[in-house]
Ligand binder design. Sequence first.
Ligand SMILES: C[S@@+](CC[C@H](N)C(=O)[O-])C[C@H]1O[C@@H](n2cnc3c(N)ncnc32)[C@H](O)[C@@H]1O
Length: 259
Amino acid sequence: MSVLRLRDRRAFHRSRLVRELAAAARWPKVRDSAPDLAHLAFYDDAPSGGIPRDEALLLHALLRTTRPTTVVEIGFLHGDGAFNLLCALDADARLYSFDIDPACAAIAARRFGHDARFTYRTRAQETLEPADLDGREADFVFLDAAHDLVLNQRAFERLLSMLVPNAIVAVHDTGTIPGALIPAGHPARQLTDRWLDDEFEHQPDERAFVNWLLEHHPEFSQVHVHSRRTIRHGLTVLQRTVALQRPQHEPPPPSPSSA
Ligand SMILES: C[S@@+](CC[C@H](N)C(=O)[O-])C[C@H]1O[C@@H](n2cnc3c(N)ncnc32)[C@H](O)[C@@H]1O
């Protein structure tokens, strides 16, 4: 049975397993153009520290959709976030990843030393400068490092001169965790100053940072990709607000009948 015929069969729409088997059969034909997502099978949905799987999927989709040529990740840790970004990037794009922890350099070399698209530098986010991007301008920035309001403010002010006008900046950890998903006795329950009704702020300074941006950089629009139905670190996506360009046509002359 051909894959196309199978797709039309009821089982395709009713069974995930059937779809996965059909996709596996089709894969050799589409793998060069299809998204490279296999790594996500190895990502947790609620890791401590790294990027959760569904949020990695979102970032991957943003890169696949916009096809940036220069991407910056601030906060490398073990490199799972960087790997996800690399899996989404075109062959001629570049990823610059930064971390303050000197241990990250060896991890970066071991995991991605073979990939000419990747540059790792040991840097504090608040000291970044254009030379760190080899003079390139960033199309996309993933900020996931200090979780400190002042350091984020300093980093953002420096990044401003390093962004293309329509750059997208994704700030991680701006969400809250629904109280119903935090078990009784969990240490978070003792942190009373971090609760907003029934939601727990897991990184208060990231939320304070995006609120500070609203006041001091209102030229950036904000979309909060948060959920109250599952555990999310939460992302806020920023981009300068601009009217979309339109063709500048002369208005047509009035028709004789309307005169
Ligand atoms: C949440 S982890 C990054 C996770 C990574 N983006 C991922 O998706 O797997 C935060 C990282 O930021 C780094 N960091 C902390 N303060 C920093 C600073 N001031 N500048 C740069 N990196 C910093 C930490 O060493 C840590 O590795």
